[in-house]
Design a protein. Structure first.
Length: 279
């Protein structure tokens, strides 16, 4: 049986890792498209796959088109890419509904990797959760077959669940990373290195793989140490935005502590054993 031809639309962070995973799985990745020739060439050269930055040069006879592009650019791309009517269209967005693809093919769905991607950092794609959704049971089955070749962690979820997951991921990943930047700036302004915080960041991430976030929480807000928090607020009085962030997060931690003391959630030993480890 002839392998299905896969066309990858996009050459950013997600596409960079997905292309490697497809090739590692032995899939027939035929072409890479990016709106800039520099990005298309970089990924094409790395993978040895044909590439283009011209919409009109995208192969029209592909069997699967995977769109790894920004939410804002997906709609315009879908309107201009020439594809055969039987092609399977997939997007990798965490927030867009599956049905944005409906006007463009009878076969469509989603394959959403729950991970933060950077081109300069290699990842084991087999460990990345892939959330899949298809427009029909047959399409869902087809997507599942492809997804299982890429990862051992497959989750069938609907568009609303995926949207909620994406929101949760922003809180779990994007916001903490922004706060790392805030911490780094505070250190730099006082002649200190961000490297001093790396062991702390490492241990914080490690703990939350073994405990619930509530159990792993520490710090002055958790303890209700008002004198320390007031001192911190005084140190931030020249930066009203940071002061607002500090106050909001501290109040959130305190409220969670009150709720925790009432509910007293516990993590069972079986739950801990089932949790993955980062290192």
């Amino acid at each position: 049986m002839e392998q299905e031809k896969i066309i990858l639309i996009g050459a950013g962070n997600v596409a960079h890792h997905l292309a490697s995973a497809l090739l590692k799985a032995g899939e027939n990745l035929c072409q890479i498209y990016s709106r800039t020739i520099e990005s298309a060439r970089a990924l094409g050269v790395k993978t040895g796959i044909s590439y283009t930055a011209e919409i009109g040069e995208i192969y029209p006879d592909g069997d699967i088109y995977i769109f790894c592009v920004s939410d804002d650019s997906l709609s315009s791309l879908l309107k201009t890419v020439r594809i055969k009517s039987e092609a399977l269209l997939l997007h990798t967005s965490g927030s867009l509904p599956m049905d944005v693809l409906k006007p463009f093919s009878k076969h469509y769905g989603v394959i959403y990797p729950v991970q933060t991607f950077s081109k300069k950092r290699d990842l084991d794609f087999d460990e990345i959760p892939l959330c899949i959704e298809g427009c029909s049971s047959s399409v869902s089955g087809r997507i599942k077959i492809l997804a299982e070749k890429l990862s051992s962690k497959i989750h069938a979820i609907n568009s609303q669940q995926r949207k909620e997951l994406h929101l949760a991921a922003v809180f779990a990943c994007n916001f903490p990373n922004y706060l790392y930047g805030v911490a780094g700036k505070l250190l730099e302004e006082n002649g200190l290195s961000f490297a001093m915080l790396r062991p702390l960041i490492f241990e914080t991430a490690h703990k939350v793989m073994l405990l619930t976030p509530e159990e792993a929480q520490t710090g002055p807000a958790k303890r209700g140490d008002e004198s320390i928090m007031n001192m911190h607020k005084s140190m931030l009085k020249q930066d009203k935005e940071l002061l607002k962030i500090y106050t909001l997060l501290s109040e959130g931690i305190k409220e969670a502590q009150v709720k925790e003391s009432t509910d007293e959630p516990k993590t069972s030993s079986s739950e801990i054993n089932d949790m993955p480890t980062l290192w």
